[in-house]
Design a protein around this ligand. Structure first.
Ligand SMILES: [Zn+2]
Ligand SMILES: [Zn+2]
Length: 235
């Protein structure tokens, strides 16, 4: 089972191409994102791997409404009693009050892949949203986590900054580190210009470690790499 301790008490759960993260704290466990649908058991076995029980999972922070990030949210909430946290611009889609928008039709790939994904991709799931989280909100979770509204990839995309080890950023899909640090592939990004602004916003913060929805974590001076990416995107 692919579980990596990224820094003390922060675990990456690799599930194929997408990651979720567990944070152990005095207040129990916090999960960042929930993988595709039907990943409940996979995530609960990661919970067991940290020596805790399902009921110890107290908070599930969702970076954005895409199915590979919120797919197992409802199942996990039911199994653990954890509370969910989503930005108000993405919560109607998580709740199922609005349909998943699908890939950006303005991107060439999205135009062709969109109908295929709608037909063959994972069926949408929905989940209750307990807490709508605004930009800059300091949450007394896991020793202190700040929510950062980082729109572009989706309108309500959130990144989370954990006040630990010089700062641990959970970037969601605001950036990815698959081959190298960059933007996630365009067809899933709703507004590329806004997404660039969000990279700039993250690059201005202090953090040593960055964790991504897709790709490997950056350890050590991760914010400098974000600054270089922001400069590159500005050219
Ligand atoms: Zn996404
Ligand atoms: Zn993603």
């Amino acid at each position: 089972m692919a579980m990596e301790e990224i820094v003390s008490g922060v675990y990456g759960i690799g599930m194929g191409y997408v990651n979720a993260f567990l944070i152990a704290g005095d207040d129990g466990l916090t999960l960042v994102d929930s993988g595709l649908p039907r990943k409940k058991d996979r995530i609960l076995s990661a919970v067991a791997g940290t020596g805790r029980q399902p009921a110890d999972l107290k908070h599930i922070l969702i970076t954005h409404h895409h199915i590979d990030h919120m797919g197992s949210l409802g199942d996990l909430m039911e199994a653990t009693g954890a509370k969910s946290y989503v930005h108000p611009l993405d919560s109607p889609i998580v709740r199922g009050d609005r349909p998943q928008p699908g890939p950006n039709p303005a991107s060439l790939l999205g135009k062709f892949a969109g109908p295929l994904l709608a037909r063959f991709g994972p069926a949408p799931t929905t989940a209750p949203v307990d807490v709508e989280v605004a930009d800059g909100e300091e949450m007394a979770i896991a020793g202190g986590i700040r929510a950062l509204h980082t729109p572009g990839h989706t309108p309500g995309h959130l990144a989370f900054l954990l006040a630990r080890d010089g700062g641990v950023l959970f970037a969601g899909d605001a950036a990815a580190n698959v081959f190298r640090l960059g933007m996630p592939i365009g067809m899933f990004t709703a507004d590329r210009q806004q997404a660039k602004e969000s990279v700039r916003k993250l690059a201005a913060l202090e953090f040593e470690v960055a964790c991504f929805g897709h790709g490997r974590a950056l350890k050590g001076e991760a914010n400098l790499k974000f600054r270089r990416l922001a400069e590159k995107l500005a050219r």
